[in-house]
Design a protein around this ligand. Sequence first.
Ligand code: GMT
Length: 375
Amino acid sequence: MKIGIVCYPSYGGSGVVATELAEALAERGHEVHIISYERPFRLRSFHQNLFLHEVTAVDYPVFKFPPYDLALAGTIYEVARTKGLDLVHAHYAIPHAVSAYLAKAMLAQERNLPLVTTLHGTDITVVGQEPQLYEVVRFSLQASDGVTAVSRALAEEAAGVFGYQQPIEVIYNFVDPEIYRRQFCPARRAFYARPDEKILCHISNFREVKRIPDVLRIFALVNRQVPSRLLLIGDGPERSAAQYLAQELGVLERVHFLGKQEFVVPLLSISDLFLLPSAKESFGLAALEAMACEVPVVTTNTGGLPEVVTDGVTGIIEPVGAVEAMARRAIALLQNEEEHRRMAEAARQQALNRFREKEIVTCYENYYLGILRNT
Ligand code: GMT
């Protein structure tokens, strides 16, 4: 197939999933065209079947806001026409599905361009519910030939909020277990922690929805009972407030702010627990990557997280904001080596059983074939 993949290139789950899907499809012999405003940060390999098309937004003094959505639609149309795309797959509804729909409509005089939209979370649960965007997102779902969601919870929320009647295919996010596997890194571990200390880890874009203050509060409580270090990986609007809070909680010198890191496997490999106490999370790709590296996850019972993490088996699940309960159970787990080992192994096993790249990419291929047959 010739597939166009429209995505965000930036540090965030939807861009990661789209990029890794593009690489895997190219590896399987499909011709894949990534359309984005810059090279995706997760695109690591060269592949002869993989092509990049950077969208350049047109600026002019008359525009207060350069019309990126239109430049994107024009680029999708051009790539579809000149490269003969069989279908276009938009990751994140806003504006990708809308721009792709416009490209589809422009091409309609010549031929049909099937459009698949994958919902990733905040496009539905946050941004898409803003009054001025709600009807646009609703329209983009109706106008897509197929809609997928990264968890059952997200599919249900999308159907409910937007009154979408067609089936939404749930295709989970995935992980390559050969890349995401625990490495033996004693020297790196020794750099961050003494032998008697545990390492807790959090990776995100530091937006409000991630509840960074909860990450720090859980850590501070754990550290009182179990000497520990916290690795904070990523960057975003909540980072400087986090620094103040760490100081206020008296743990600043135990928290390592590492900023955005491209290669997280070596850091997950020295971690004993992963903290993701989000207020909302359609899937929690970072949690899956941690599990694949044998790191149990402490998280909340929101969105798709309970579909990724199994309470008491591969991690700890508590209600949003239940900082004391999360800390209490994290302490018990860190103090019980046997139970921790069991949970770490189960976490890896769950990542392999349910979210292995090979199987999930096949689900996308089959879904595309079904759409091509029916349109
Ligand atoms: O978490 C974010 O704010 C980034 C966002 C994105 O679109 O990149 O992540 C969403 O998509 C990821 C990939 O499907 C999911 O793993 C995240 O759970 C989801 N984030 C939220 O729902 C808050």
